[in-house]
Design a protein around this ligand. Sequence first.
Ligand code: SF4
Length: 102
Amino acid sequence: MCSRVIVMYAGKIVEEAPVEILFNNPTHPYTQGLIASVPKLGSGVKVLPSIPGSVPDLSSMPEGCRFAPRCKYATEKCRTQEPPLAVVGENQKCRCWLKIEE
Ligand code: SF4
């Protein structure tokens, strides 16, 4: 049982929110990918979606956003500048340029 969820990717917090908000409105592309891969009974889906690529080598992290090599929204800024963990909604934080600049 918990009231808040923290999602981490490659050693960094990428999203933090109360449980209901995080599951109903995930803002980070990694969290969105995780939630999309949760099986739903009766959905008829035979193959669950997965996040392409793999976790980076912890001894040589990519510059900028650590999720950029796997993110379909990645821009040049994502590949060169690490986004901060920023407040993006009531009680919700996200480490993503896409949400920060929205
Ligand atoms: S900062 Fe860029 S690469 Fe990282 S998760 Fe957000 S959109 Fe994707």
